[in-house]
Write a protein that binds this ligand. Structure first.
Ligand code: ATP
Ligand code: MG
Length: 411
């Protein structure tokens, strides 16, 4: 006899499903939340699929947000949490290899589950009907495999992003990719060039920020890397191998990208992320780290303060983490850095014992020269923190001005 599966859903989800059912519609939790709960993992969000049309959902719940109404999705807010309620749908023909030409609503749950990417993502659940598992998703969860719903080649032909999603789920869940699905990926890899860089970046980021970032190598083994972009295609499977160590890194994308791009120059790393339309903050952080990753950790404190001054304490922390992952001895550097930070040694202009206003009062004219003088003072203080006193620095200003061959009030 088959075991009856009971999923513990949040009260909000139970109420939304009940609300729809009490009006004569069918409704289920679906996709990622069912998969994750069956795996004993807390789902990030709960999605609901229903036979009610978006207009009917809006009539029943009053306060809703049209977050994806063209695809049949309405979001119901409960406190700060949004629940996406999507009408059962069939995706029309995919002529472009990335989205359906049109989306049709259907009264049939089976049709809705059939359009989903993988068997493990194609299960639905309600307290009333139990688990609806038309494509053996539960069996694949037990076998730990990612398998397409239906004919893999066709499914990748429809939406080529699914190939990267297969790798992403295998990385997040530690699953293997079922052999027909994998063979279809190799055959259909070329189609990934049809997919937008933004969608590619989402899946790539989730892959490297997962608990099995080493699975990123599958992007190279399948040939998908050649279709991601001109700059990305300069990476190789060897570059991906280093990700085997990245499990020890926090799941922060700039750290993990920096490791993946370890053998590239800062400019090359920047070009790859630019091409993928990454945000500027990530690009900046990754570029710095890629430039630093092969540099030796300094042994003397002056060099440590210089590093703090150049890239700031957060990036220095990241640098240490990367070095550690690469098997280098970091403890001594880490301890001495800690001492520098605790002592409050100056490494920025803001930490100097004099500021621009003080120098102006002392007779220096505002302008680029003022900035230059402050920069020079900082380098003295980085060399020797005991010199960070108003008295010493003002003396030093006099000296600098003398060397510049001018009187202080003409500087
Ligand atoms: P996550 O925990 O990362 O959110 P998820 O399974 O919820 O994982 P989503 O990208 O949020 O993944 O998608 C929700 C569901 O929609 C999936 O579980 C799957 O059923 C379906 N889905 C999403 N993208 C596709 C796609 N490109 N092709 C087919 N089905 C898809
Ligand atoms: Mg989701």
């Amino acid at each position: 006899m088959q075991e009856i599966i009971k999923i513990d859903m949040p009260q909000d989800v139970v109420e939304i499903i009940q609300g729809l059912c009490s009006h004569g519609f069918a409704a289920y939790a679906v996709g990622g939340c069912v998969r994750d709960t069956l795996l004993g993992v807390e789902p990030k969000d709960w999605d609901i699929t229903t036979s009610a049309s978006p207009v009917q959902v809006k009539e029943i719940f009053g306060h809703t947000l049209d977050t994806g109404i063209e695809h049949g999705t309405v979001t119901i807010m409960r406190g700060k949490i949004g629940y996406e309620v999507t009408t059962y749908r069939i995706d029309g023909k995919y002529s472009d290899g990335r989205h359906p030409d049109q989306v049709k609503f259907t009264p049939n749950l089976f049709e809705d589950l059939r359009r989903r990417d993988f068997t493990i993502n194609a299960m639905a659940y309600s307290d009333e009907m139990g688990l609806v598992d038309e494509f053996c998703g539960m069996e694949d969860l037990e076998k730990k495999v990612v398998r397409c719903v239906g004919e893999a080649k066709e499914r990748f032909q429809e939406d080529a992003l699914r190939m990267l999603r297969a790798i992403r789920f295998s990385a997040q869940l530690g699953f293997t990719i079922e052999s027909d699905t994998w063979q279809a990926m190799i055959q259909m890899a070329k189609n990934l060039s049809l997919v937008s860089k933004e969608r590619i970046l989402v899946e790539l980021t989730k892959t490297i920020c997962s608990s099995h970032p080493e699975m990123v190598k599958k992007i190279f083994d399948s040939g998908l890397h050649k279709e991601i972009g001109q700059h990305f295609s300069s990476l190789s499977a060897r570059d991906a191998e280093v990700m085997a160590f990245s499990g020890q890194l926090p799941e922060e994308k700039h750290l993990r990208f920096a490791l993946l791009f370890k053998n590239k120059s800062g400019e090359e790393a920047k070009a790859i992320l630019r091409e993928l339309k990454a945000d500027n903050d990530t690009i900046k952080k990754v570029k710095i780290l890629v430039e630093y990753i092969d540099r030796k950790l300094p042994r003397n404190e002056k060099r440590m303060r210089q590093a703090l001054s150049e890239i700031g304490p957060e990036r220095v922390r990241d640098w240490i983490l990367l070095k550690k992952v690469l098997g280098e001895e970091v403890e001594d550097f880490q301890n001495r850095l800690q001492e520098i930070l605790e002592r409050g040694d100056a490494y920025t202009l803001q930490m100097l014992a004099v500021d621009g206003a003080t120098l102006i009062r002392a007779g220096i004219k505002p302008g680029p020269n003022l900035g230059q003088i402050l920069g020079e003072l900082l380098s003295y203080v980085i060399e020797d923190p005991s010199k960070n006193t108003m008295m010493f620095l003002l003396e030093k200003v006099k000296e600098i001005c003398y060397n510049q061959n001018c009187k202080i009030d003409q500087c």
